[in-house]
Every structure is written in C-alpha cells, then in structure tokens.
Design a protein around this ligand. Structure first.
Ligand SMILES: [Zn+2]
Length: 118
C-alpha cells in the first residue's frame, strides 16, 4: 500500500468517526430532552392559583381542557393526557394543597427555562 493511500484511508476513517460521533451526540441530546419534557409532566401542577372572588378568596383553576370529540383531558401547560377520573383526583389534590401548587409551578418554570436556554 502506497503512503498516499494510507493517508486517504485515515481521512476517510476520521470523517466516519466524526460523523458517527455527531450522530450519536444528536440522538443523545434529543433523548435527554424527551426525558426532561416527560419529567416536566410530573412537576406541572396542571393548574394555577387564581384569585377570582371579590371577597379575596383564593381558588384553584385547572389547566385541563377536553378537546372537542374526545374523552381525554389535556393540560394546556404540559400537554399531559389523562382521563376524567384522574383529572378529578388531581384537581382535588391541588385544591386542598395550595402550597404544593406554588412549589410545583416554581420548579416547573425553572426547568422550562433551562430547557428553553439549552
Ligand atoms: Zn400540566
């Protein structure tokens, strides 16, 4: 094998390695992003604290909406899809635990910001 042939093989090898590395890196980043978005669905409080009464009473306002023609409910903040029973359970849980909504919403906003900037 001539010297120049070895050089050409080395260049081809280097390009192949680089390409594989880049491909794997992109896939890795994409997977990591998906995992983080899935984690967001666990952190989302699926609602907010809304001060909607004139006498200053605090109420819980759910983010769940049911698209026309479906039985499912989708959170307008995190896009999680759940059934009616689970919606009621979640709403009840947060309605009775306003502190948890604050904590979760704060954590949610912090993580979304990180994903946004990444
Ligand atoms: Zn949600």
């Amino acid at each position: 094998m001539e010297f120049y042939q070895i050089i050409i093989l080395m260049i081809i090898g280097a390009i192949a390695i680089r390409f594989t590395f880049k491909f794997n890196l992109n896939r890795y980043l994409e997977n990591r992003r998906k995992i983080k978005i899935d984690q967001l669905k666990n952190i989302c409080p699926h609602g907010r604290i809304a001060n909607i009464t004139n006498d200053g009473k605090v109420a819980f306002e759910s983010f769940f909406v049911s698209p026309v023609g479906t039985m499912d409910y989708i959170c307008s903040q995190c896009n999680v899809k759940v059934g009616e029973e689970q919606v009621n359970r979640l709403n009840e849980r947060y309605r009775n635990n306003l502190d948890l909504i604050y904590k979760k919403q704060e954590e949610f906003a912090r993580r979304v910001k990180k994903l946004w900037l990444a």
